[in-house]
Design a protein. Structure first.
Length: 581
């Protein structure tokens, strides 16, 4: 092997790792909502958690990424440690899919159909299709599909380059002696663990092993311990991701490490006993690419069969290793570990924004209730709700900005932009709640009481505002198009009510039925209530933008008004429902 072969090997390795990374990221983006739906089905059942971990890892081609997601879920309180264990076990089996894809390179036959199954035959076609999708078709989904195909093609070209670069090593005695050294199972496990820890991908390290196996100098006796070690090395990513996380997240990373260490230790002992007592001929034979894929799958399945029934004991073990501290930990609402999988991070943002929306609506509703019955407890609740909504806005705003810098599908990018706009509207709704509280406190401090007619009129307005904020909350939580169509006509009715109440107030002033001080507070109340409806209209417009994939809120709201049948019918209904005497 000369310097040029070494450079070819390095270049092939770089192409292989780059292709795997590009393909994995594009798969995540292309999966989008599908990936989020899979993860949302996590349950306490072992089989459901296992299949979820297997499915997600098979899609994104990385057990490390799945485990980092799990650590983030546990850290955010979305997933219990008991559930995480089953998902991690599934991820270990799901990661074997890559080795099976790479094993296609080892197909040898003169049959034309069989030859077509070799990557060298179909990879150029995939690359051509990928280029067409990426360069000539519009839409993020088409471009992501192109990147998946190009990533896979790059990966396979890298695999071929590595195999070609090391092919000459089959005649080098030193290379054979190197792998004879790895027939010592302990050395094989250590080598596999170190290689995988460095490149942080068991799929990639298995691919490298398959490329070396193409020389015919790697025996099953050397390959199997290396495969075992690769499972331990892949834990480094989850361990690094758990730094700074809460206790349960650290325990999830510890489960990943414990599962692989215990599984490797048990089956390594079994392997050693079989090798020492039976000395099977298979262990001295040259490992094929398909054989390595089989060994990789069988080992991970055996580890799962061994440890899945003992998942409860694994949980107790990591709790003993990482005990609870006396100080209660705070749970972060949003975890930056989830940013590695933007589709999942976006779903978490949406869930937290729903919490923020409910907090804002409850704050405003509490403030409105003070108009009829003031209590210090409810006043304190309004202030606390507004402060909490402000914190939500700070956390979500910062997180969504970071998320927007990651590569996402077109739909996810639009949703992230919509959430950024919407959190501002919900925050302002809670601010208007505090403004209403201040008006109530001013009425109380100055001992001002509105006339009975004014109270009745204000009650009509507050009832309309309560309905529109509840409609907005429902529309946002479910992206409900029908609820959105009711918001705009109700907002117009509220505008009309406000103008009529201003006119009636001026008449009361002229007739001496109202004081100037009461008039200022009255005006402030009307303004705050009417502006709440404006923010509800903004929220409805943002939802329409997302549904239409068009961030033009004013055009979309005009389109709602031009839907004459629905708009006019709702406008008539609300005008009648909230008619003033």
């Amino acid at each position: 092997m000369n310097i040029f072969d070494a450079l070819s090997l390095l270049g092939g390795l770089c192409l292989f790792l780059f292709g795997m990374n590009v393909m994995g990221e594009a798969l995540e983006r292309r999966a989008g909502n599908g990936l989020r739906n899979i993860l949302s089905r996590l349950t306490t059942k072992k089989s459901a958690g296992f299949l979820t971990g297997l499915g997600v890892t098979a899609v994104i081609q990385s057990s490390s990424a799945t485990t980092v997601m799990v650590v983030g879920f546990v850290n955010s309180g979305l997933l219990a440690l008991k559930q995480a264990i089953n998902v991690i076990m599934g991820a270990n089996v799901g990661t074997t899919v890559t080795a099976w894809l790479l094993s296609l390179s080892g197909i040898e036959s003169d049959n034309t159909f069989v030859k077509l199954l070799k990557p060298t035959s179909f990879t150029p076609i995939l690359a051509l299709i990928g280029v067409i999708f990426y360069m000539f078709l519009k839409g993020s989904k088409h471009k992501d599909t192109g990147m998946i195909l190009l990533g896979f093609a790059t990966l396979m070209f890298g695999m071929d380059a590595m195999s070609a670069a090391v092919s000459g090593l089959k005649n080098v005695p030193g290379f054979q002696n190197l792998f004879l050294m790895f027939t010592n199972p302990i050395l094989g496990v250590v080598a596999g663990a170190i290689l995988t820890a460095i490149i942080q991908s068991s799929s990639a390290s298995v691919g490298i092993l398959q490329a070396l196996a193409a020389t015919g100098q790697v025996t099953y006796g050397a390959a199997i311990p290396i495969i075992m070690g690769q499972n331990i090395g892949t834990c480094i990513t989850a361990i690094l991701s758990a730094i700074g996380a809460n206790k349960n997240a650290k325990r999830a990373a510890a489960v990943h490490l414990s599962f692989n260490v215990i599984g490797t230790a048990v089956w390594l002992i079994v392997f050693w006993i079989i090798k020492a007592t039976l000395s099977p001929v298979l262990l001295t034979e040259s490992a094929s690419l398909m054989g390595i894929a089989i060994a990789h799958s069988v080992f991970n399945i055996l580890c799962t069969i061994l440890l899945m029934p003992m998942s409860g004991l694994l949980e107790k073990l990591v709790i003993r290793l990482i005990p609870d501290s006396e100080k209660k930990e705070t749970v972060e609402k949003l975890d930056e570990r989830l940013l590695t999988t933007p589709a999942v991070a976006l779903e978490r943002c949406r869930a937290v924004t729903v919490d923020m929306a409910e907090c804002a609506v409850n704050t405003l509703s509490s403030a409105i209730s003070l108009l009829a019955d003031y209590t210090p407890e409810v006043a304190a609740k309004v202030k606390k709700g507004e402060e909490k909504t402000d914190r939500y806005e700070d956390i979500l705003g910062s997180y969504l900005v970071k998320l927007s810098s990651h590569s996402m599908g077109e739909g996810d990018s639009e949703e992230a932009a919509m959430l950024l706009k919407t959190i501002g509207d919900f925050e302002r709704i809670s601010d208007h709640g505090v403004n209403i509280l201040e008006s109530v406190e001013e009425l109380k401090a100055k001992d001002i009481v509105f006339s009975e007619s004014a109270k009745a009129e204000l009650n009509v307005l507050t009832l309309a505002v309560k309905e529109i904020i509840n409609l907005s909350l429902e529309a946002f939580k479910n992206y409900d198009a029908m609820a959105v169509k009711h918001i705009e006509p109700l907002e117009q009715v509220i505008d009309t009510i406000k103008e009529k109440l201003r006119t009636k107030h001026i008449l009361r002033l002229q007739q001496g039925e109202c004081t100037i001080d009461a008039g200022f507070i009255w005006s402030d109340l009307l303004t705050n209530l009417e502006r709440v409806s404006d923010h509800c209209s903004n929220i409805a417009g943002s939802i329409m933008d997302l549904r239409n994939m068009d961030m033009n809120i004013h055009e979309n709201l005009r389109a709602v008004r031009h839907d004459s049948e629905t708009y006019k019918r709702c406008l008539a209904e609300y005008s009648k429902k909230y008619a003033l005497n």
